[in-house]
Every structure is written in structure tokens, then in C-alpha cells.
Write a protein that binds this ligand. Structure first.
Ligand code: T3D
Length: 256
């Protein structure tokens, strides 16, 4: 059973909210929390909503790895095995979020740093509070980007900006993130929940199979145009046979 203390999942019809609940540490991820998050995502997968909104409690979205865990290890004279940490938890988290059979929205309520940015970027759509900020904190502690950030970030904001942000560690504001395409929409802090909910409701009115097909087409890198045309054909061939398509096209014809 997932620990209520660190992760909460609330459902409301076709929409579910998954909230990181470690506000006093800006939702920095301990091992226990990452395992609970994996468990919560598996529960969502077993009974998927149409849209999952991932957000954080308090003034932080997620500041990535809990550095206190690493401090304790180093003070005990241990060498942290980061490869194992990524394999068992971070990579599993990013794979889990990106393969959920539902749409995902990250509602970034405050600072997102390190692997916290990976969690946000793993979602299909990122919306943010106006006071949110994004920090590629990896370099400051002598690490390279992980949690999918080295793949996901350049695809959203381009290679030049992604590299400059990674190397400098400079934080970017929510306004800049919007301007660069890292974020889809900004809301005043107190309106973020309502804004994310309104978007989720609109998405939940669409055809989930069409939306998941669109996601699979757009997220797949490395195909030639010709291969992509074949993939689009295959997706459309199936979607053109759905009741949703049939009903929507017929209702278009019946418009007064
Ligand atoms: O290890 C592995 O498995 C490999 C994976 C690595 C992936 C990563 O995520 S690496 C990146 C790790 N994250 C960071 O380096 C960010 C560290 N945090 C910060 O630099 C700052 O907290 C922020 C710039 C993000 C926010 O600053 P500010 O001034 O708004 O807040 P604050 O006062 O620093 O934070 C509030 C509290 O949260 C504070 O505790 P306190 O003093 O009130 O007792 C702070 O220590 C704690 N906190 C925030 N982030 C973390 C954290 N504690 C542990 N780990 C954190 N990541």
C-alpha cells in the first residue's frame, strides 16, 4: 500500500491528482518516496483515469534527489551508487510516467530542480504557477542531467538552450519557460489548480485512443518522414473505425 504521507492520489471522475507530499523539503525525493511514487503510478496504471495531474504540495514542485540521503552516505564513508539509484527508481519513474495509458499534466506549483524537472517533462503537458522556476541543478553538484532531462529538455527548448542551462545551472523563471516552450501555460499561483483542472476536463472530452496515438506519433524520435507517414497511416486506420470518430463526424454534418 502506498504511504499516504509522501504521495497522495485523489480521483474525481475521469481525472486523478497525484501530489508529492513533502512540502518541508520542497518535495525532494528520498528512496522511500521514489518507491511510493512508483507504487502510486502502478495503481494509476491498473485503473487509469483519462487525465492524471502530477503536482507538489507547498511551495515546491520537486527538487530532485534528496541530498540529505547522499550526505548521510558520504559521511558514513560510502560511495553512493548513482547508477543503481537511477536504474531502480528514477529511470523506472520516467518510463512509468511516459508509458501510462492516460494523458498526463504536470502542474508545476513552485521550484523544479534536477530530477524534478525530469518528472515534469515526462508529462505530456506542463503548466506552471507564475512563481515557479526551473533549475538544472545537476552541474552544481558535479552531475550530468538524468531522469530523462538530457532527452526531454532539448526536444522542448532546443539543443542550444538546453546545453546552456545545463552548463550554467542558471534558474529560469516561469515566464521564460513559457517563452521557450518548456511550459504550455502559466497561471497565477492561486489559480494553478483550477487552470490544470480546466485543461484536464477539456482533454477528458476527447477520444483517449486518438490522444494516445497522437502522443505516440509525436514522441517517437528517429524515424524518417517516410516511416512516420506509415505510422500515421496505421494510427488513422484504427481511429477511423472508432465510434468516437463516427459520432463526431456525423454530428458535424448535422450542425444547424
Ligand atoms: O542521487 C541520485 O540518485 C542521482 C540523481 C540525481 C538527480 C538530481 O535530482 S540531482 C539535483 C538535486 N537537487 C538539487 O541539487 C537542488 C537542491 N536544492 C536547492 O538548491 C534549493 O533548495 C533550491 C534552489 C531548489 C530552492 O531554494 P530555496 O531557497 O527556495 O529553498 P531552501 O531553503 O533551499 O529549501 C527549503 C528546504 O528544503 C531546506 O531545508 P531547511 O533548511 O528548511 O531544513 C532545504 O535544505 C530543503 N531542500 C530543498 N531541496 C532539497 C532539500 N533537501 C534535500 N534535498 C534537496 N534536493
Amino acid at each position: 500500500m502506498v504511504s499516504e504521507a509522501l504521495i497522495s492520489v485523489e480521483r474525481e471522475n475521469d481525472i486523478a491528482w497525484l501530489r508529492l507530499q513533502r512540502a518541508d523539503r520542497l518535495n525532494a525525493l528520498t528512496t522511500e518516496m521514489r518507491l511510493d511514487l512508483l507504487g502510486a503510478l502502478e495503481e494509476v496504471r491498473a485503473s487509469p483515469p483519462h487525465v492524471l495531474i502530477i503536482t507538489g504540495a507547498g511551495r515546491g514542485f520537486c527538487t530532485g534527489q534528496d541530498l540529505g540521503e547522499r550526505v548521510s552516505q558520504l559521511e558514513r564513508g560510502e560511495v553512493p551508487n548513482l547508477g543503481d539509484s537511477l536504474d531502480r527508481t528514477y529511470n523506472a519513474l520516467i518510463r512509468s510516467i511516459t508509458s501510462l495509458p492516460c494523458l498526463t499534466i504536470a502542474a508545476v506549483n513552485g521550484v523544479a530542480a534536477g530530477a524534478g524537472i525530469g518528472l515534469a517533462l515526462a508529462c505530456d503537458i506542463v503548466v506552471a504557477a507564475r512563481s515557479a522556476r526551473f533549475m538544472l541543478a545537476f552541474g552544481k553538484i558535479g552531475l550530468a542531467p538524468d531522469a530523462g532531462v538530457s532527452w526531454l529538455l532539448p526536444r522542448r527548448i532546443g539543443e542550444a538552450r538546453a546545453l546552456a542551462l545545463t552548463l550554467s545551472g542558471d534558474p529560469i523563471t516561469a515566464d521564460q519557460a513559457l517563452d521557450w516552450g518548456l511550459v504550455y501555460a502559466l497561471h497565477e499561483d492561486e489559480a494553478l489548480g483550477a487552470g490544470a483542472h480546466t485543461l484536464a476536463v477539456a482533454l477528458a472530452e476527447g477520444s483517449l485512443s486518438a490522444q494516445l496515438a497522437a502522443r505516440a506519433l509525436i514522441r517517437q524520435p528517429g524515424r524518417s518522414l517516410s516511416e512516420q507517414l506509415d505510422k500515421e497511416r496505421d494510427a488513422q486506420d484504427g481511429l477511423g473505425r472508432t465510434d468516437f470518430f463516427r459520432e463526431r463526424v456525423l454530428s458535424f454534418a448535422r450542425r444547424s
